[in-house]
Ligand binder design. Structure first.
Ligand SMILES: Cc1ncc(COP(=O)(O)O)c(C=O)c1O
Length: 461
C-alpha cells in the first residue's frame, strides 16, 4: 500500500487528519503560503531576485507556489533533484554544488538542453574543462557560476586569485557561459544572536566584495551574485552585495531557526511560521506519567536534537527517542487531550526520506486534509549492491540517514549489501559514504565504478 492508497479517501473530509497513517509529515498550508508570500514580498521590496533553495522541500508543488509568488526559479543541491523538478515543469534551476562525475555531467548537459535556464556552480578548472567538453557535444551553452568558499570549506574557491583562474578557464571554454558567483555562508546562518550573525556576515561580505572587485578588474564582472539563507536574508539585503537570494528553510521553519532572532526583533517574534510538523500517535500509556508515541529515529532527523511537542500534550512536554519507531513523552499528571501529538520538526527532518508523501491541511483548524503532495526526493528505497563475483566481501546495513552509517553494522557475509532508507537523490552521497565505510571495514571492496548498478526496490510506506 502506498500513501495515496492509505490517504486519498481522506482528502476533503472534515477531521481527516486524525485518520492519517502515522507518523506523518503534515504541512500547515496556510502557514506555508504566508511564508512564501512574505519572502516574495521581502525580495520584491529590496529589489532582489528570489531563487529559493528546493533542498528544503524537494517538492514541485511547493516550488511552483514559490515561482507563482515571484521567485524566478529554484536552487537544487543535486542534479537528481533538478531532474525531478524539471520533469514537473520547473524550468529555471541553479545547481548549487559542483557536478563532477562523467555520467552526472552527461545528464547535466542533457538537462540543459531540455529546460530553458539551467545553471551550475564550479570550483575546479578540470571540472570546468570536462563540463565544456560535455556541453560542446550538445546544442546548448551551459551557464556556470564560480562558487566562492566563505570559510566553511565545503565547496568553492578560497581566494580572489583562484576565482580569477577559474574565470579565465570559463572564458576560454566554447560551450560555457560565465554568469557570476555563488556565496553561501552556511556556518553563519544559525548564529542565534542577530547582532553576532550580522557582524559575522559583514565580515564575510567584505571578503566577497574583494573577490568581486578582483574579478571585475580582470574583465570578469559577475552578473549574478547568488547566496544567502533564511538566517541572513535581512542582513544580505541590507548589505546589498548579493543580487539573488537562495533562502530555503523559511518555507517550513524548524526548531533550530525558531531559536534564532532572525531579523533582530527577538527570538519570540519569528517572521516566518512553523509550517511543517510531524503527527505522531500515542500507542501505549501503561506507565504512569509517560506516553509512548509511534515516532522515533526513523521519523525525523536526529542530529539536531529531539523535536518539541506543539499540540496534543502541554507545550514543552519533554520528548525522548525510544528507538527507531518510538518516542516517549513525559506527560506527568497531565491528561492527554487526544491520541495524536503534533511535533515541531528538528532541522533537516524534511530532508529525510522518511515518508513518501507530505500531507497538507488547512481549514477546520488544520484538521482538513487538502491534498497529498509527492516529495520528489523521498521515496524510501531499499538498495542492494552486489559484487560481480561474491567472494569474501562484506555486508553492511544501515537504516539511519543522515549521517548515513551512524548506525551500521558490518556482517562478515559474502555479499556487500547496503540496505538503507535512501531518497532517490540522496543516493550519490549516501552510496559514496557506504562505500567509504565498507572500504574502511574491508579494503578489498571494489571502487564504486566496479559495482553493478544499484537495483531499486521500493519499500512499502
Ligand atoms: C548553497 C545553499 N544555499 C541556500 C541554502 C538555504 O539556506 P537556509 O535553509 O538557511 O535558508 C542552503 C541550505 O543548506 C544551501 O546549502
Amino acid at each position: 500500500m502506498n500513501d495515496a492508497d492509505l490517504h486519498a479517501h481522506l482528502i476533503g473530509q472534515q477531521g481527516g487528519r486524525k485518520s492519517l497513517n502515522t507518523p506523518v509529515l503534515v504541512i500547515e498550508l496556510d502557514a506555508l503560503e504566508r511564508n512564501i508570500e512574505k519572502m516574495a514580498a521581502f525580495a520584491r521590496e529590496h529589489g532582489l531576485v528570489l531563487r529559493p533553495h528546493a533542498k528544503t522541500h524537494k517538492s514541485a508543488d511547493i516550488a511552483k507556489k514559490q515561482i507563482a509568488a515571484g521567485a524566478v526559479g529554484v536552487c537544487c543541491a543535486k542534479l537528481g533533484e533538478a531532474e525531478a523538478l524539471a520533469d514537473q515543469g520547473v524550468d529555471s534551476i541553479l545547481i548549487t554544488s559542483p557536478v563532477v562525475s562523467a555520467p552526472a555531467m552527461a545528464r547535466l548537459v542533457k538537462l540543459n538542453e531540455r529546460i530553458s535556464d539551467l545553471r551550475v556552480v564550479v570550483d575546479n578548472p578540470d571540472n570546468i574543462r570536462a563540463l565544456d567538453l560535455a556541453a560542446s557535444q550538445t546544442s546548448a551553452t551551459l551557464a556556470v557560476l564560480i562558487d566562492i568558499d566563505p570559510g566553511i570549506h565545503r565547496t568553492g574557491v578560497p581566494s580572489a586569485e583562484a576565482a580569477i583562474e577559474l574565470g579565465r578557464v570559463i572564458a576560454s571554454a566554447s560551450a560555457l557561459r560565465f554568469l557570476g558567483v555563488q556565496f553561501y555562508c552556511g556556518r553563519e546562518q544559525h548564529i542565534e544572536s542577530y547582532d553576532e550573525r550580522r557582524a559575522a556576515i559583514v565580515d564575510r561580505t567584505d571578503f566577497l566584495r574583494s573577490v568581486m572587485e578582483a574579478l571585475s578588474g580582470s574583465g570578469l564582472a559577475p552578473q549574478v551574485v547568488t547566496g544567502g539563507g533564511t538566517g541572513t536574508h535581512k542582513i544580505d539585503a541590507e548589505l546589498g552585495v548579493l543580487n539573488e537570494l537562495q533562502v530555503g528553510s523559511y518555507v517550513f521553519m524548524d526548531r533550530q531557526y525558531n531559536d534564532c532572532d532572525l531579523v533582530g526583533e527577538g527570538a519570540d517574534q519569528p517572521p516566518y511560521e512553523t509550517a511543517l510538523r510531524i503527527d505522531a500517535r500515542v500507542v501505549s500509556t501503561n506507565t504512569q506519567g509517560v506516553a509512548t508515541v509511534d515516532s522515533g529515529f526513523k521519523a525525523m532527523a536526529t542530529d539536531g536534537g529531539p523535536p518539541v511537542v506543539l499540540d496534543g500534550a502541554p507545550a514543552g512536554t519533554p520528548f525522548h527517542f525510544m528507538g527507531d519507531e518510538h518516542g516517549l513523552i513525559v506527560v506527568g499528571d497531565a491528561q492527554l487531550a487526544r491520541d495524536i501529538v503534533t511535533l515541531g520538526v528538528p532541522p533537516r527532518s524534511y530532508r529525510e526520506p522518511v515518508r513518501p508523501l507530505s500531507h497538507c491541511s488547512r481549514r477546520d483548524a488544520g484538521r482538513y486534509l487538502a491534498s497529498l503532495w509527492a516529495r520528489q526526493v523521498s521515496i524510501a528505497d531499499c538498495l542492494t549492491f552486489e559484487r560481480d563475483r561474491p567472494t569474501g566481501g562484506v555486508g553492511l546495513e544501515t537504516n539511519a540517514h543522515p549521517p548515513l552509517g551512524r548506525r551500521w553494522k558490518v556482517a562478515g557475509n559474502r555479499r556487500f549489501a547496503a540496505i538503507a532508507h535512501l531518497g532517490r537523490f540522496c543516493l550519490d552521497r549516501s552510496s559514496a559514504r557506504l562505500f567509504e565505510l565498507a572500504q574502511m571495514a574491508a579494503p578489498s571492496i571494489p571502487a564504486p565504478r566496479d559495482i553493478l548498478a544499484p537495483r531499486r526496490v521500493q519499500t512499502s510506506p
